[in-house]
Design a protein around this ligand. Structure first.
Ligand code: SAH
Length: 200
């Protein structure tokens, strides 16, 4: 998988090492384990999907921009796979999920990996996680129609945020906070499940 990520253009060695270290098959149903290292999204139940490895790697590479992730907020923990990858690159990972049953699954998937710096919480991530803010980096794993204002506000100075934006057509948007200003860079086209308000 990692060799393929390299040929697909992922250059950040720390991201490649983290992708190498996390067993993706441990996050999907046993019946899908044979596809776990294919470059494809996979169902994780509740009409949600674990993103394809290339998209996970690319988003984290863009978010890092060659720097440390520091304290990270992940919106849309799903099955916990991306949180595990982030935990190897960040000082602390706060991962929020709006579907309780998926959060339970993420907890169960992550437990055997004994990652001391990951915290999971049931919450509507479009509101960020005010009690743990500000964050050095924020990664959103579901597509928003527009950038939720709370996420921007919870970025630390010098912080970076990556989010898929759009409806039928989506693109990754990278936001970099420099003092009071926010620089926006549009990146590649992607396909994510929608960001939905509230929790179940
Ligand atoms: N990163 C995940 C995959 C995420 S799929 C993984 O590695 O498995 C997108 C997830 O975002 C879904 O689980 C969905 O329930 C969640 N989601 C959608 N809107 C949300 C919101 N407002 N707050 C928190 N989670 C949300």
């Amino acid at each position: 998988m990692v060799e393929r990520l390299r040929t697909q253009g992922i250059r950040d060695e720390r991201v490649l090492a983290a992708m190498q270290a996390v067993p993706r098959h441990a996050f999907v149903d046993e019946g899908l384990a044979f596809s776990a290292y294919d470059d494809t999204p996979l169902p994780i139940g509740f009409q949600q999907t674990i993103s394809q490895p290339f998209v996970v790697a690319r988003m984290i590479e863009l978010l890092r921009s060659g720097r440390e992730l520091g304290r990270t907020l992940e919106v849309g923990a799903g099955c916990g796979y991306q949180a595990a990858v982030l935990s190897l690159l960040a000082t602390e990972v706060y991962a929020v999920e709006r579907i309780r049953a998926l959060l339970d699954r993420a907890r169960a998937n992550l437990r055997p990996l004994r990652l001391a710096n990951v915290r999971l919480k049931l919450a509507d991530g479009s509101l960020g996680l005010p009690e743990a803010a500000p964050f050095d980096t924020i990664i959103v794993a579901a597509a928003a129609i527009g950038l939720p204002p709370a996420l921007k506000e919870q970025l630390a100075p010098g912080g970076r945020l990556i989010i898929p934006v759009g409806g039928a057509e989506q693109r990754l948007l990278l936001i970099e906070r420099q003092g009071g200003t926010f620089r926006e860079t549009w990146c590649e086209a992607v396909r994510f499940v929608p960001l939905i308000g509230g929790t179940d």
